[in-house]
Design a protein around this ligand. Structure first.
Ligand SMILES: O=P(O)(O)OC[C@H]1O[C@](O)(CO)[C@@H](O)[C@@H]1O
Length: 536
């Protein structure tokens, strides 16, 4: 472990039993000094144990890890995903006027052409110029999984106030329940099916796509005419029978979990229109520009990454909760689970050596205030601190319900205050005394009402959840993941850890069908045999 990590850990140890509130007492300017604004986003990181010394060490850590040089390597198309031999250029999808090269070849004319084709198709679907065999398209079903589902699903829900196109539905799970429940009630003659798969081999997506095609073929003469495909495997989309005019391709330098900005975002574009989709791209591009130019100490993705590193690798907290106080960000935690855990859940460094530090934390969450009535008990009084990342828009979209929004915001701010402040035993005893309790019973009841406090949180304030702001937020988290990966020295852009289970599923399938399938362990064979018996 190099010296800077040791110095950070020593600094943390020296903080001992110190409390976040002590940092505010010691530094009257802390609330503003540890609150950073960029592009209309306000990131408050004051309610953490990062003091001025820790901040300086963390910045030194980022500098020492060459974050700035690696950032330029990514933006300029170097093959930084070196276990797959690929550049990492999802940023090019939202930089349509840019000049980006891979292997010396310019790539933006292809990106622009596909973007224009997507816009023309979206315009035709939304205007009715493109029709299903029963008339105007009323419903769009996006079939995809992982990055080919989570991004567009999350974004479509987030942008519900702007949704003026056909209804959108998302099918991801190979569990037949997913597609059965989705197709039930839809009219095949007015439904457009989008098969979203970068590889066009993912077994869940291809199984669901064939089921959707059979469903449509039962009543529609030419089902393939109501299919579109989003993929980088154009030979396979042609084999599936989808006409090239409705195939929107992208290059292998767009990773699945980073792909909502291009063709994988088609369902979002159909829902909200091309202009709104372009605003989403503009928000992402604005965050790119900020990330690329702002000094590290005022750089939002860098600061978000450094608080993450502080809490997980230095303080040792195993999870972090993402808590959007915005019901339309319902799927953001799920989206971030893939973005962060598939990117940074690794165990070896770039050079193949074992990591000497823990890699990424477990990421989880739910919108507030719902979570308050479910798992916040553990966050406040459980034995393991959970760093909380609150997200709050200062304005909702429902002007007539402004009082709801103020209540929502009050809850968000109150939670971070309660987490930091806590409630002491003396305060709890006073509460119990006021209720007439005495002696041992007063003590016992009071102890249950103590909140240890000193629990860290950050808060991201946004103006309103517009397409532009959503683009900023998604790009902010993408770059946060990148910075954390650089600091840990890992490749954030491959995902080899998903392969083994996929391979074994293909070998377990014959076992469940009662065929001979050697090479499985005794427990798996026993479970398969019980499965067969129970099915009868
Ligand atoms: O778009 P595809 O190729 O169907 O892949 C879907 C998802 O599967 C994964 O490869 C993991 O299995 C993800 O990285 C990806 O987002």
């Amino acid at each position: 472990m190099n010296d800077i990590w040791t110095r950070l850990k020593t600094h943390r140890d020296a903080q001992g039993e110190g409390r976040i509130s002590d940092l505010f007492d010691a530094d009257p300017a802390r609330a503003t000094a540890f609150c950073t604004e960029a592009g209309g986003l306000v990131f408050d990181w004051s309610k953490t144990m990062i003091d001025a010394g820790a901040r300086d060490l963390l910045i030194e850590l980022a500098q020492g890890a060459q974050v700035e040089a690696r950032r330029e390597a990514m933006f300029s198309g170097e093959k930084i995903n070196d276990t797959e031999g690929r550049a990492v250029l999802h940023t090019a999808l939202r930089n349509l006027d840019g000049d980006v090269r891979v292997d010396g070849q310019e790539v933006m004319s292809g990106v622009r052409e596909t973007h224009e084709r997507m816009k023309a198709f979206a315009r035709d679907v939304r205007s009715g110029a493109y029709q299903g065999q029963g008339g105007r398209i009323t419903d769009v079903v996006n079939i995809g999984i992982g990055g080919s589902d989570l991004g567009p699903y999350m974004a479509t829900l987030a942008l519900a106030p702007y949704h003026d196109g056909p209804r959108t539905h998302f099918v991801s799970n190979v569990d037949g329940a997913d597609i059965a429940d989705t197709l039930k009630g839809l009219d095949p003659a007015t439904t457009l099916v989008i098969v979203a798969s970068k590889t066009f081999t993912t077994i869940e997506t291809m199984t669901n796509a064939r089921t959707a095609r059979d469903w449509m073929a039962a009543t529609v003469a030419e089902p393939a005419a109501q299919f579109a495909a989003l993929s980088s495997a154009l030979d396979k989309t042609a084999d599936f029978g989808i006409d090239a005019s409705r195939v929107f391709g992208f290059e292998d330098w767009v990773g699945g979990r980073y792909s909502v900005w291009g063709p994988i975002g088609l369902s979002v574009m159909l829902a909200v229109g091309a202009d709104r989709f372009d605003e989403f791209l503009a928000g992402g591009a604005a965050m790119d520009a900020h990330f690329r130019t702002a000094p590290l100490e005022r750089n939002l993705p860098v600061l978000l990454a450094l608080t993450g590193i502080w809490h997980h690798q230095i303080c040792g907290y195993p999870t972090r909760a993402v808590l959007p106080y915005d019901n339309r960000l319902l799927r953001l935690p799920a989206y971030l689970q893939q973005l962060e855990m598939e990117s940074n859940g690794k165990r070896v460094a770039m050079d193949g050596s074992d990591l000497t530090l823990p890699s990424g934390p477990v990421v989880w969450g739910e919108p507030g205030t719902n979570g308050q009535h479910a798992f916040y008990q553990l966050i406040h009084q459980g034995t393991m601190p959970v760093p909380c990342e609150f997200i709050l828009a200062v304005r909702g979209h429902e002007d007539e319900l402004a009082h709801h929004h103020i209540l929502l915001a009050a809850n968000c701010l109150a939670q971070s205050e309660a987490l930091m402040r806590g409630r002491s035993l003396d305060e709890a005893r006073a509460l119990m005394a006021a209720r007439g309790l005495e002696g041992a019973e007063l003590d016992r009841q009071a102890r249950h009402r103590v909140f240890p406090g000193n629990r860290p949180s950050t808060t991201l304030l946004i103006g309103q959840l517009t397409p532009f702001a959503l683009g900023q937020i998604v790009a902010l988290y993408e770059h946060r993941v990148f910075v954390e990966g650089v600091i840990l020295g890992i490749n954030s852009f491959d995902q080899w850890g998903v392969e083994l289970g996929k391979e074994l599923a293909l070998k377990v399938e014959p076992l469940l069908n009662g065929q001979a399938a050697p090479g499985h362990d005794a427990s798996t064979e026993n479970l398969a045999s019980r499965f067969r018996q129970m099915r009868g």
